[in-house]
Design a protein around this ligand. Structure first.
Ligand code: NHF
Length: 408
């Protein structure tokens, strides 16, 4: 029998900003294809449809109403000191209240899943009304912020304690949660997947690829190293730029193709002018354009300083691209990419805090282009075995059923 599942996620198409949105979109489709009904309680933007159903998934979009002028009645002085963050907070307060009522109104659901802390207050509210709650942790305040907000750290820990189960995205995140004091037996790891039909090297048309290559002034002899992701400190962008001169000492034809937007954009532009050999793409790329950018690459590099999972590494693998990845600290990437020395290598693990180590990893990868291609083929083969949305959905559903008390 199919389940009725309520999701709380501030990201849902068309409002997708990062891996969380990609995850909720993909897993909902897979769960719906397996005859479950998924309702996603998400944020509106004032214009999008409030309620929209397609292929077994219903999006309920709440437009927050801010209580900005009466905050001291409800908030502590500590919270009032959030400054600019207060607008986000009041919107979230409203969203959580509206979403919690909507879940109860549209139920009964078998289970509610809060994706990260943003919808967790609503999850805890419906849990109080008897609905089983799962806290699905995609990232944690303690790891993601330079100056973690203690109130958020506490909320996440309380969520983990009160929820009926905690799901997370990698062993690394399970360890992070356990180190913070969450009961290890309660935490389950479910890896993500990727769409291997949408990202398929066999679909690449050579002519279009050549066109893109010449648009960026890349010649066939160049060695293209692709970074795709948000241009934020946590993604290791600055360290990568620092590594570039070292890489070019050994590989003068190495070109860095950077695709993304963020607060470090001007830093990238400055490096582009000073060092050369960097192409920056800030356009929004649809699925197909993204696939062609992966296809341009000889190698991908994701030197994240904190990356609970890292869907980009799976996308690269689907496109038969090896990757140099940040493997220290909390890194799900380490679980996706296999180092040389393993039976079936797919890339190189480096310390992302050390530009010389990033350069070392890229140099090692670029030393043998035939071997590099083999690593790429290994990556897709490993992905197809280990990281599919069907497998992710089956494992996730098993936990939902357990929590909701369904017979297996
Ligand atoms: O892939 C989806 C995404 C992860 O590592 C990513 C992150 C946020 O930081 O689970 O969530």
């Amino acid at each position: 029998m199919g389940m009725k599942i309520a999701y709380l996620s501030t990201e849902f198409p068309p409002q997708v900003y990062g891996g969380l949105g990609v995850y909720v979109d993909s897993i909902s489709r897979e769960l719906a294809a397996m005859d479950n009904k998924v309702s996603v309680f998400t944020l509106g933007d004032g214009d999008l449809k409030r309620r929209q159903t397609s292929r077994g998934i219903t999006a309920f979009r709440e437009n927050p109403v801010s209580m900005r002028d009466a905050l001291e009645v409800f908030f502590s002085p500590e919270t009032l000191s959030w400054g600019e963050g207060l607008d986000l907070l009041t919107d979230l307060l409203s969203y959580n209240q509206l979403a919690a009522s909507r879940i109860l109104e549209n139920g009964p659901y078998d289970v509610c899943v809060a994706h990260d802390w943003l919808g967790l207050p609503a999850g805890l509210a419906v849990k109080r009304k008897g609905l089983p709650l799962i806290f699905h942790v995609h990232s944690l305040e303690a790891g993601r912020s330079d100056h973690p907000n203690p109130q958020l750290v506490n909320l996440e820990l309380r969520g983990a304690r009160l929820a009926d189960a905690v799901i997370t995205v990698s062993q690394a995140m399970k360890e992070e949660l356990a180190d913070l004091g969450v009961d290890e037996d309660k935490i389950r790891v479910c890896y993500h997947g990727v769409d291997y039909r949408a990202l398929n090297p066999a679909s690449i048309k050579q002519e279009r690829l050549d066109e893109l290559r010449s648009r960026y002034g890349i010649s066939p002899e160049d060695r293209v190293v692709l970074f795709l992701g948000r241009l934020e400190p946590v993604k290791g962008v600055s360290q990568l730029l620092e590594a570039l001169p070292l890489i070019r000492e050994r590989h003068p034809r190495a070109r860095l193709l950077i695709v993304g937007r963020g607060t470090l954009e001007s830093r990238v532009r400055e490096a582009l002018e000073r060092l050369g050999g960097v192409t920056l793409v800030t356009d929004f790329l649809d699925r197909e354009a993204k696939m062609y950018h992966y296809a341009l690459a000889d190698l991908c590099v994701f030197p994240s300083l904190y990356e609970p999972f890292g869907i980009v590494a799976l996308e690269a693998a689907a496109m038969e691209k090896p990757a140099v990845i940040g493997a220290s600290g909390i890194s799900g990437l380490r679980e996706i990419v296999e180092n040389p020395g393993k039976e079936r290598p797919t890339g190189v693990h480096v310390n992302p805090r050390d530009p010389a180590d990033i350069a070392w990893g890229i140099d090692l990868a670029l030393q043998d282009m035939d071997r590099l291609k083999e690593w790429g083929r290994n990556a897709r083969a490993r992905g197809l075995e280990m990281f599919t949305w069907r497998r992710a959905a089956e494992e996730t559903l098993e936990i939902y059923r357990e929590v909701a008390g369904f017979q297996s």
